[in-house]
Design a protein around this ligand. Structure first.
Ligand code: MG
Length: 458
């Protein structure tokens, strides 16, 4: 996934561990990052991947070589590390994770002092230092030090508890199934849930960097086990995390797996009921459901480009308190404006406890939409021109062109047509009140796209 010209992709630095992302390279990335942070103090952590400790040590060596000090948080979820950066007033942080990518991958995320991943401009600065090798070399008297930072998990869990009604939740004695993906979600959520009076049944809770239980991405096809266990033990719900536990997907008591924007809309509904007029930040890839809830409960949607870092930065800029993504990322500003799996879990419990309703009922009450996806092959070199043509052809419709083209139709159906950042394809995401209509939209717009591409080729 790593290119020879760019270090950072849409989600930090990602690559095959020990092949693309080697310890040698990690030392250099550490040194480039350390040069950027100018002898500051950074918190470093990693998820459960087999290459985590190795890459963390290499990054730390690079950071120390430039005079940066390191607080080593060890194995922890990404949101836990982000919280620790702010809590300990560090200048920044480095998280070694490839999030939802397969086990053989790893990655590096650089965190700013506000706990959010650094902006694209700052990434470019680090990248420039990396490629020009103009890293700061500290004198031997100024080489950075590394200290252990124990207790980050307890601090993080305690902070989450402050944002929910602990007394009301404890009284309910919920039974929750947690699928930790054999990674860091298992370190925080079972602990948090027990403190909230829940009985916790865990699966894939043994830390194992080979991810033997399931792939790290919490897609429905990977969540059959958690759904089955929820039903088998009669739990109130189940929750499954991705590899670094910033995303969470929920399973109701009937064993039904719900899309991320549905749970996000539920959180949005109860948030807006208590906070009228607030802004809700979400990428154009989210369901119209999010808009429906905002319309009904007097919220204001701020659409952004796709990408969690954009959502987080927009929230900070606008002082928005809630954000969310269709992939199971919920950003709760009063805690921290980043995706946070454990915080999302606590919010769902809070809603269930206060309403006394079952999760299937709460989610079932939301407007229903059907999703349909498609893709059309398109050379990278043509993508810009295709985009231009699409803009022209859809100008008379209700559109948003922040990221690809999103079109909203009168009958509440919509379609997002977006060039892939990593593959030579255009992706189509249609949504409608019936399955048939969603399918039709994908068909129609695939055809339109193919015509545009064929026209441009000749
Ligand atoms: Mg993740």
């Amino acid at each position: 996934m790593l290119s020879s010209r760019h270090l950072f992709g849409t989600n930090g630095i990602r690559g095959l561990a020990n092949k693309e992302l080697t310890p040698e390279m990690a030392v250099k990335i550490g040194a480039a990052t350390g040069t950027f942070f100018k002898r500051g103090t950074l918190v470093v952590g990693y998820d459960a991947r087999t290459s985590g400790p190795m890459l963390a040590k290499a990054v730390i060596a690079g950071l120390n070589s430039t005079g940066c000090n390191v607080l080593l948080a060890g194995m922890a979820p990404t949101p836990t590390l982000q919280f620790a950066v702010k809590k300990h007033k560090a200048d920044g942080g480095v998280m070694i994770t490839a999030s939802h990518n397969p086990p053989e991958y790893n990655g590096i995320k650089v965190i700013w002092k506000d706990g959010i991943e650094v902006s694209h401009e700052r990434e470019l600065e680090i990248e420039k230092t990396f490629f020009t090798e103009k890293t700061h070399v500290a004198a031997w008297t100024e080489i950075g030090e590394t200290w252990e930072l124990p207790g980050v998990i307890d601090e993080y869990v305690e902070a989450i508890e402050k944002h929910v009604d602990v007394k009301v939740i404890i009284k309910k004695h919920y039974h929750v199934v947690v699928d930790g993906a054999n990674s860091v979600g298992s370190l925080t959520s079972p602990h948090l849930l027990r403190k909230l009076g829940c009985r916790v049944t865990t699966i894939n809770a043994n830390i194992d960097g080979t991810f033997p239980g399931r792939p790290p991405e919490p897609r429905p096809e990977n969540l059959g086990d958690v759904a089955m266990v929820v039903k088998a033990v009669g739990a109130d719900f189940g929750v499954a995390y991705d590899g670094d536990a910033d995303r969470s997907i929920f399973v109701d008591e009937k064993g039904e797996i719900h899309m991320g924007d549905k749970t996000f809309a539920l959180v949005e509904k109860y948030f807006l009921k208590a906070n009228k007029g607030e802004k809700i930040v979400t990428p154009v890839s989210s369901s119209t459901l999010v808009q429906d809830i905002a319309d009904e409960y007097k919220g204001k949607i701020v659409w952004t480009k796709v990408g969690s870092v954009t959502v987080a930065h927009t929230m900070k800029e606008l002082k928005a308190k809630l954000g969310g993504e269709e992939n199971g990322g919920i950003f709760y500003g009063p805690h921290q404006p980043v995706r946070d799996g454990a915080m999302s879990t606590a919010l769902i419990l809070d809603i269930m406890a206060k309403t006394g309703q079952k999760l299937s009922k709460l989610l079932g009450e939301l407007p229903a939409y059907y999703l349909q996806k498609g893709k059309v092959e398109c050379n990278d070199s043509l993508k810009e021109k295709v985009q231009q043509k699409l803009f022209e052809q859809t100008r008379s419709l209700k559109t948003n062109t922040l990221d690809g083209v999103k079109i909203w139709f009168e009958d509440k159906s919509s379609i997002l047509i977006r060039p892939s950042g990593t593959e030579p394809i255009y992706r189509l995401y249609a949504e409608a009140k019936t399955e048939k209509k969603a399918e039709q939209l994908v068909k129609d717009y695939s055809l339109k796209l193919k015509k545009i591409i064929a026209g441009l080729r000749h």
